[in-house]
Design a protein around this ligand. Structure first.
Ligand code: SF4
Ligand code: SF4
Length: 342
């Protein structure tokens, strides 16, 4: 079977309905004006008119902002512990952008390869990713600088490309091939469709003008790691609100808390942020007491420490930390101030 098909945009609702019989289907949605991932309502495909990217990234579908780890009950001889169900119905995310799919592969390095996080993995292993190439990148996007295409992805199972009144649909993985084979309403593609898809994939590159230089970036960061004045200037306007880290698709720090009423309780984990002044607070000291220490940590974790540990930059150029920062702090401007060579 050819690994490509096409579908009329007006028939997308039928395809999503079909998939939603088999999977719990998530699609971009707006709640109180905020674009996020939500269970598809069974009919609405109007997100195609407004969707550029979600504010809350797809990481929240795998690593929610708050998650119950287990419930417990104190007993005379210890605790009775109950884990949440781990094997839910298979899920399908429709419309994930290539940058956010790459972010999940970057999170895998921590939650799958370095540690085996059962909460994350139980969702990751039972989710099919259907990508949708960008047509209108945001001004703050800079994914090509991170060698991530806005139109293509190896990190999804199936990829949709907008070719006008239709989507060009390509299987990327075996899972994607299986899905394509079992889906109805898709048509054979022609040479002309293929040509259109090639052009459609090239177009968004011309709309992304923001750039960063990633060459030797680990060494360049290392060379100014101890330069307090540089980092103080970089951190000056940050108000340590944490928005950039919460909305970053690759940030994955969390805090753990117990809630207990009498003998019953639950343990939760919640997103945390290295931007917060108490993030590294310990009984005797706080090694990142100053704001510049924390801003340095955020930048260096993505561009120096993660590459050192996993061989990958933990930034996809999605631009959220620029779009949603209340004081216009801009990571691309910070990186542009690094020495050009070491
Ligand atoms: S969103 Fe902006 S102000 Fe808030 S912590 Fe991040 S850089 Fe600082
Ligand atoms: S650091 Fe900023 S641009 Fe990079 S992945 Fe995180 S939110 Fe996106």
């Amino acid at each position: 079977m050819n690994k490509s098909r096409k579908i009329n945009k007006k028939d997308l609702g039928k395809l999503l309905s079909q998939w939603s019989q088999e999977f719990t289907l998530f699609a971009p949605s707006r709640e109180n004006g905020i674009a996020m991932w939500a269970k598809w309502d069974g009919k609405d495909t109007s997100f195609l008119d407004w969707y550029r990217n979600t504010v809350i990234p797809a990481k929240a579908c795998f690593f929610p902002s708050q998650e119950k780890m287990f419930s417990f009950e104190k007993q005379s001889d210890g605790h009775n512990i109950e884990l949440p169900p781990m094997d839910g119905q298979w899920r399908l995310l429709f419309g994930i952008r290539p940058c956010d799919a790459k972010a999940l592969s970057i999170l895998d390095m921590t939650f799958k390869d370095a540690y085996e996080d059962p909460y994350y993995l139980s969702k990751r292993k039972t989710t099919i990713l259907v990508g949708l190439g960008c047509t209108t990148p945001c001004d703050s996007c800079f994914c090509p600088s991170l060698k991530i295409s806005p139109s293509e992805s190896d990190d999804v199972d199936l990829m949709f490309t907008d070719i006008g009144d239709q989507f060009y649909v390509e299987a990327v993985t075996e899972k994607g091939k299986g899905l394509l084979k079992n889906s109805q309403g898709l048509e054979e593609v022609t040479k002309a469709d293929e040509t259109k898809s090639i052009k459609a994939k090239e177009t968004p590159f011309g709309k992304i003008s923001r750039r960063i230089n990633t060459e030797n970036i680990e060494e360049r960061l290392l060379s100014c790691f101890e330069e307090q004045e540089f980092w103080e200037q970089v951190a000056a306007k940050c108000i340590s609100c944490g928005i950039c880290t919460f909305l970053c698709p690759t940030c994955h720090c969390f805090d753990i808390n117990d809630e207990l009423i009498k003998k019953q309780g639950a343990r939760f984990r919640s997103w945390d942020s290295c931007s917060f002044s108490i993030y590294t607070k310990m009984p005797m000291e706080n090694p990142r007491e100053e704001k510049w220490h924390r801003v340095r940590q955020k930048v260096c974790h993505k561009y120096e420490f993660y590459p050192m540990n996993f061989g990958a930059i933990a930034c996809t150029g999605c631009g959220r930390c620029i779009r949603f920062c209340p004081v216009n702090w801009d990571i691309t401007q910070v990186l542009s101030k690094l020495p050009a060579t070491v």
